[in-house]
Ligand binder design. Sequence first.
Ligand SMILES: C[S@@+](CC[C@H](N)C(=O)[O-])C[C@H]1O[C@@H](n2cnc3c(N)ncnc32)[C@H](O)[C@@H]1O
Length: 276
Amino acid sequence: MSEKVIHPEEVRSYVRQRYGQIARDFEGASASCCGPSDCCGNTSSNVTFADTMYETPDVAELPFEVTGLSLGCGDPVTLAALQPGQTALDLGSGGGIDCFLAAKQVGPTGHVIGVDMTADMIEKARANARKVGIENVEFRLGEIEHLPVADESVDVIISNCVINLSPDKPQVFREAYRALRPGGRLAVSDIVTRIELPSQIKQDLGSWAACVAGAWVDKDYVAAIEAAGFVDVTIEEKVVDDAIIEDAVAQFELEINPAAARSIGYSARVTARKPG
Ligand SMILES: C[S@@+](CC[C@H](N)C(=O)[O-])C[C@H]1O[C@@H](n2cnc3c(N)ncnc32)[C@H](O)[C@@H]1O
């Protein structure tokens, strides 16, 4: 019996539709990819996912319209160690949380560009920028496999729980390499696995949107970054609370405890550098 293989466009279309729905449904209700009904799960109290996931105290200054729509799995802005005056690019910017945190760090002489393929997310992010009153941020509609930015125009690329959603990760890393200036850096939070996932999961669109099915084995993820030309690639596990994992697995009606989930995959902090 031949196995059904999902076409990349089917994945992209499903993911776009799913995150469009999340953006449209979000009215300031608690959300978290660790989200309203996606990637990592929802915290059951008034504490937003962002409150538990970010190391920077700057997150406390952002309104709930921003932190409540935080759908990531880490804190790439802290990982990026941005400097005033830099240009940063966020792959899959969602409601804009990492762009706003980055904008504060690069300051008025710096610039931040968020790219997302979901029009409703771009709309939310632009509305959030107006609410926050931040002017050194812009949001562009586009796919991270075809970045709407010029060659060698960016100092640092960040991304939070997005690359796992791409059906063509090697192309994402090639595009990131093209967009970065020589010596530019990549700082990514993403879900990766320790083992190959069963093909039944890899063919399930709901699991794709949940940041599960598209997650790559960590060593393959690193190899794809290196194949794009990056050097000094590092990957390490971010320790995530049991409560967050429990919320995530409950959401997908999976019967798996946090220890078992950790044995399959993890939230990774990934860094790399384009040779100077
Ligand atoms: C899990 S959410 C993360 C959003 C944001 N980074 C955050 O931390 O809140 C994934 C986002 O990536 C976007 N996305 C997924 N695949 C994409 C692609 N191939 N190109 C551009 N955006 C994509 C989705 O529209 C969604 O807004």
